[in-house]
Ligand binder design. Structure first.
Ligand code: SF4
Length: 496
């Protein structure tokens, strides 16, 4: 429930301002319902914050003599005073320099003294400067300028795609944004006024649209978007932009599509399956499954990966994914299954050990099934990262069969809801297979949990470490077993 309205006007901040630029309704909920379930950071979001903090700390090492305003964000008066003291003392750079104007609070990542003025730098953990960074910098420049700080240039310091661990190239790249920020600045005071007025009133009425996805997906989607399975956003292959375009044409459900609408085969199959409320299986499924009919051993492979903002293993770029875990099931000629698994331990480069274990496990397989090209990409990366096993890894790559296009080309169940991701298709196709007994059920959570185990293990109690390790092993094993069951089901469907 919304809290009682305060008697003082609502305060804005850099993050509130940029949130309000995305959607006033979103900002209203964030301010009036700060304890909303949707706003509690999950493990994945918390990890993103942690990565951002590490990048911020690394950026500060570029400014020798810089002074950090190292005080809690709610100690506003102390922060303002400390910032002023650092500026008065002529600090070459002030980190988290704090200003308040128009009842708006900002803490600037780096405020660097340059001649008679200051350069404002926003540090980002992304690998490029993005459009949304402009308003982010502009609100800071506006507030600082209103406090009498002469901002003469603005930049975004982001991670450099070309950097390679440990020290090839510069970890950061700088993009000057002085001109676009100056062009945006005239809009800032009016938008601040609009947001503060809006916050003092009732929940605003904002229609859903592309802004719900950009610049990042809104946490309140379930409140605003209808959960109906025939909503137009569930049309196969339709992303945010085309969904918004349909909504703009007044097409809100799949049933609203005009008969003459140009649709691809997959979408037509979806419409038919929905209209007849039954699974559709193309006669071509039998042929597409033929590569899986092997007299010898058939493997099923799945990876889990880590991706760190500041790359951790040799040759890796910022945010590059690296395999750190695999699960492998293999059907033996007698019809039984064996299982092999690997999960990295410790912060050192896990790829050589992982590659060796995987090459051993898959050596006798005739073909190896995976879902989407994700595993193929990781195996190609491993060929570069572990050159001594490049030939064996290339041989494994040649055995791969991707099941994703097979399902996409041949099967549609109304409960797919327009998606062919493994998690979406499994329950409709293999209802007896469940993840409900598992603690980890999501690849993104698995990724941050692996990274936690590898790089901050000393901060996790031994018991918890063992438990998370087992949770990860269970999750990855279930993914490959799911593929085993999926192939069995597809075979049944092909012969039915
Ligand atoms: S889902 Fe869309 S309309 Fe609703 S609050 Fe979020 S951005 Fe605004």
């Amino acid at each position: 429930m919304p809290r009682n309205r305060p008697t003082v006007p609502y305060r804005l901040s850099k993050s509130r301002f940029t949130s309000g630029l995305q959607c006033h309704k979103k900002l209203w909920w964030e301010v009036h319902e700060p304890d909303a379930l949707e706003l509690q950071p999950d493990k994945v979001l918390q990890d993103l914050f942690d990565q951002g903090r590490q990048v911020g700390e690394a950026a500060r090492t570029r400014y020798p003599g810089g002074v950090l305003i190292d005080l809690p964000h709610n100690a506003r008066a102390e922060r303002l005073a400390a910032t002023q003291a650092a500026l008065d003392a002529g600090a070459p750079a002030v980190f988290e320099a704090t200003f308040i104007a128009d009842n708006t609070f900002v803490a600037i990542d780096v405020l660097e003294k340059q001649g008679d003025g200051y350069h404002l730098t926003e540090v980002k953990s992304s690998t490029s400067q993005k459009d949304e960074h402009i308003s982010d910098v502009a609100i800071q420049a506006r507030v600082a300028a209103a406090c009498g700080v002469n901002i003469t240039a603005a930049a975004v310091l982001h991670l450099n795609k070309g950097f390679r661990n440990p020290d090839t190239g510069d970890l950061f790249a700088r993009t000057d944004v002085t001109a676009p920020v100056a062009a945006f600045l005239p809009q800032v005071p009016d938008e601040i006024a609009r947001q503060r007025e809006m916050l003092a009133g009732p929940l605003p009425d904002v229609p859903i649209g592309l802004h719900c996805f950009e610049p990042r997906e809104c946490p309140f989607m379930d409140r605003c978007w209808p959960g109906t399975p025939d909503h137009i956003r569930h049309l196969a292959g339709v992303g945010p932009k085309r969904t918004a375009a349909y909504l703009a044409r007044g097409i809100t459900s799949i049933g609203d599509l005009p008969a003459k609408e140009k649709l691809n085969f997959t979408q037509r199959r979806q419409l038919k399956a929905m209209a007849e409320n039954r699974i559709i299986v193309e006669p071509t499924l039998r042929g597409e499954l033929e590569p899986l009919i092997v007299p010898g051993r058939l493997g099923f492979l799945d990876f889990e990966t880590i991706a760190r903002a500041i790359p951790v293993w040799p040759g890796m770029a910022p945010w590059q994914q690296a395999a750190a875990q695999f699960s492998y099931h293999e059907r033996q000629p007698d019809g039984s299954y064996t299982h092999a698994a690997f999960l990295a331990e410790g912060p050192q480069d896990a790829r050589p050990l992982l590659a060796a274990a995987m090459v051993r496990a898959t050596a006798n397989a005739e073909r190896v099934v995976m879902y989407t090209p994700f595993e193929k990409t990781r195996i190609r990366e491993l060929q570069r990262a572990v050159p001594e096993l490049a030939a064996e890894l290339a041989a494994l790559e040649a055995k791969l069969i991707d099941l994703h296009p097979v399902v996409k080309n041949c099967v549609y169940h109304p409960d797919f809801r327009g998606s062919f991701s493994l998690k979406y298709i499994l329950t409709p196709l293999v209802p007896e297979l469940t993840y409900s007994d598992l603690v980890i059920v999501d690849g993104r959570v698995a990724s941050v949990e692996i990274a936690r185990l590898l790089f901050v293990a000393d901060k996790i109690p031994r018991q918890e470490r063992d438990r998370v390790r087992q949770d990860l092993l269970n999750y990855c094993e279930r993914d490959t077993w799911a593929m085993v069951k999926l192939v069995e089901r597809l075979r049944e469907l092909a012969t039915a």
